[in-house]
Ligand binder design. Sequence first.
Ligand SMILES: C[S@@+](CC[C@H](N)C(=O)[O-])C[C@H]1O[C@@H](n2cnc3c(N)ncnc32)[C@H](O)[C@@H]1O
Length: 127
Amino acid sequence: MQDQSHWDRVYGTNSSDTLSWFQPHADQSLGLIQRISSRERNRIIDVGGGTSTLVDDLLGLHGFDITVLDISESALEVARQRLSSNARRVRWLVGDITRLALPAHAYDIWHDRAVFHFMTTPEQRQA
Ligand SMILES: C[S@@+](CC[C@H](N)C(=O)[O-])C[C@H]1O[C@@H](n2cnc3c(N)ncnc32)[C@H](O)[C@@H]1O
C-alpha cells in the first residue's frame, strides 16, 4: 500500500481534475447514499475521500453530518480550500484507516470509493 507521502505528493503536484479517478460529481455514490439515508440525521464518513466533490454535494442536501477521512493532509486541504467557509461544516480526519481507532457506532453510513482495492495484504484487509 502506498504511504502518506505518496498520496501527499499525488495531491500536491496534480490538479484534482487531472487525476484518473476524478469525477465532477459522485452521482452513483450520491444516489446510493440517498437511497439508504434516513429522514432524520445521517452521520456519514467518506473514507479515503481525497478531493472528492461528494462532500460538496452532501452539504447541499438536508440532514447529513459529514466526516471526510484521508491519509493525505494535502488532499483534505484542497477540499477545504474549495469549500471555503462551508469547510467548517465538515469534520476532517487525517489518518490511515487501517490504523485509526474510530469511535464505535459513530457513523450511520460508511462510504468509500477507489480506496480499499489499494489494501491487498491480509493484515490490511483484517484491519
Ligand atoms: C483513488 S483515490 C480516491 C479518492 C476519492 N474516494 C474519490 O473518489 O475521488 C484513493 C484515496 O484513498 C486515500 N487513501 C489511500 N490509502 C489510505 C488509507 N490507508 N487510509 C485513508 N485513506 C487512504 C488516498 O489518499 C486517496 O485520496
